[in-house]
Write a protein that binds this ligand. Structure first.
Ligand SMILES: [Zn+2]
Length: 424
């Protein structure tokens, strides 16, 4: 799939502002086209050598070496383990805008037979972070050639462990922020993209406000009393109690929270008992809570406590409720920032290729960056139904149409230049 450089001057009027697809868009498009083969090679290299969360050693080395080649002014490695923060100083004074790309892969076996098949058994870039890094490096290259006209500085943040570090370890977006990724110099806005397989390559999708959900992991333990199954009155059956709890928890969604507020509570795992004729001594359950609003999140957590403890107590059972320390707030785009960037995206990619999409209940730790500074994450279409590229995120069949790489570079470059030119 190709995206021809517009040869006519395209004028789009958005929010009363006329934006012309002029010489600069042409130059960005040409620069992105010129590095297309390299973008594909970079993506395939990352794809063939995926590394799990907090283990991104090789990935980090490759990125640092590339940034050095591009003549970056300041490259800090080892931020939050394998993270990198690098600065590209522009030729003119101005603010600092950041681009964030995540680095880790998933414990998923690759089943596709492709030339760039994962060489690391049982590990796969199944969430497109290989694309995110390649686009960021491509954008670094294009912008490094436009240095003299940059009215400010661009900070590149390569972040490990987006999928969550192994239990007992710390890393990811919040730790990068704690280790100063947004400081020295202070970042005033941040952009990121995420691949979207159900959006066709060539297009990007944007969301105003909440784009992705908060995510919290719930652990429940219902304690009963083990007895012979034929004498239930002498014990306490945690399976019967759990059945009631599971049903009651679903009434939070249907009866306790405003129907127009996004919220999901899923119990994805339940274990209890070991034999047909013995009443179990305990049931353990695990679940996930997703919301778009902090107040809803807190309200649901308190309702879960009330319901679980109340039902358990009414049967003489015990209940333990625990939330994982690893959680994400909702990813909330800064609406004025997205709206201000839209004209640049439309001029760069063509108006029909920049579409508004609804929010979803997946989660992303980019949320932490967006809580710290105004941010915008947008979806990069990577699907191609005609070529059969439709595999969903986090599945063994996930793949991308590599034509999306240059589109990502164009969208990211246009967003950054637009931000610096506006001198917010
Ligand atoms: Zn992801």
């Amino acid at each position: 799939m190709r995206h021809p450089v517009p040869t006519v001057l395209l004028v789009v009027s958005v929010f009363g502002v006329a934006f012309a697809a002029g010489p600069r868009e042409d130059r960005i498009a040409k620069a992105a086209a010129a590095i297309e083969a390299q973008l594909v090679a970079t993506r395939r290299d990352f794809h063939m050598h995926p590394e799990l969360s907090n283990r991104e050693e090789r990935t980090s080395r490759v990125i640092a070496a590339r940034l050095k080649e591009l003549g970056f002014d300041d490259i800090r490695t080892g931020v939050s383990k394998h993270g990198i923060v690098a600065l590209l100083k522009g030729g003119r004074p101005g603010p600092v805008v950041a681009i964030r790309a995540d680095m880790d892969a998933l414990p998923i076996e690759e089943t596709m037979d492709v030339p760039y098949k994962s060489q690391n058994k049982g590990v796969k870039h199944a969430c497109g972070h290989d694309v995110h890094m390649s686009v960021a490096l491509g954008t670094a290259e294009v912008l490094s050639r436009m240095r003299s006209e940059l009215a400010g500085n661009v900070k590149f943040i390569f972040q490990p462990a987006e999928e969550g570090p192994p239990e007992g370890e710390d890393s990811g977006a919040d730790r990068m922020i704690r280790e100063g990724a947004l400081d020295n110099p202070r970042v005033s806005a941040i952009f990121a993209l995420h691949t979207k397989p159900d959006l066709e390559a060539g297009k990007i999708g944007y969301v105003l406000g909440a784009m992705l959900a908060s995510s919290d992991t719930l652990f429940l333990r219902i304690g009963g009393k083990k007895v012979h199954a034929a004498w239930p009155h002498q014990g306490i059956d945690p399976i019967v109690v759990s059945a009631e709890i599971i049903s009651a928890l679903q009434t939070i969604r249907s009866r306790r929270i405003d129907p127009v507020e996004p919220m999901v509570l899923t119990l994805g795992s339940i274990h209890g008992g070991n034999r047909h004729n013995i009443i179990a001594d305990e049931v353990r359950m695990e679940g996930t809570l997703r919301t778009h609003d902090e107040a809803v999140r807190e309200r649901v957590m308190s309702l879960i406590k009330e319901i679980v403890n109340g039902i358990a107590a009414s049967h003489g059972a015990t209940a333990e409720i625990r939330w994982s320390a690893r959680s994400n707030p909702a990813t909330k785009n800064n609406t004025p920032l997205v709206e201000a960037t839209l004209p640049a995206w439309r001029a760069m990619l063509g108006e029909p290729n920049v579409i508004q999409v609804p929010p979803v209940m997946g989660a992303e730790d980019f949320a932490y960056f967006e809580r710290a500074v105004p941010g915008a994450m947008f979806w990069l279409g990577v699907g191609n139904r005609a070529k059969g590229i439709t595999g969903a995120l986090h599945t063994p069949e996930y793949d991308v149409d590599e034509a999306s790489l240059a589109v990502g570079v164009k969208a990211m470059t246009a967003a950054v230049l637009n931000y610096l030119d506006r001198k917010p």
